[in-house]
Unconditional design. Sequence first.
Lengths: 117, 116
Amino acid sequence: AQKVTQAQTEISVVEKEDVTLDCVYETRDTTYYLFWYKQPPSGELVFLIRRNSFDEQNEISGRYSWNFQKSTSSFNFTITASQVVDSAVYFCALSGGLTDSWGKFQFGAGTQVVVTP
Amino acid sequence: GAVVSQHPSRVICKSGTSVKIECRSLDFQATTMFWYRQFPKQSLMLMATSNEGSKATYEQGVEKDKFLINHASLTLSTLTVTSAHPEDSSFYICSASSERERDEQFFGPGTRLTVL
């Protein structure tokens, strides 16, 4: 069975502060994919990143960075110098690589980020 | 990236009526589509997987007679909520992938269903 845990329900920060969102996953697949999505109040999911299980390189994209640690089954996400527009719910998700789990997303519970001016 | 659309974006209906939600892949052929449901302030939960030309596979606890899924073409899947009740009010999101790009998933913008 696959499981994604986002232990932080809500994080509130003041603009320009950094915020780190935790994501811990469980899977028996040796090949799998990890994702982060942003969901603003409109509801539409905004794709942020996809990482496969064989690529443990950390990634930086503008103010966003991701830390993938296979040894601890974690895929954490940091927003640097947060802005009000970053306020949204952020979901971590896992998709398996095996035929019967391929394409099926297991989402974490989501973390609400509130950035105040 | 590829585009997936959903129609309608928002629907309000009376209890007992049926509602059809369409999910279309606009610029690629979607061999597989997935349907998710999201209740307010909760996560997305997979409801079913549909493959073009075959019957949908439902997740445990999802009533297949209530949530009818049809994937008759490579660009269209429909979800029909039959005899809708207030507890079916939710945000329904589809995603799609192609045979050529099996590792890519593209999500639709979602449909907000309110049953009065």
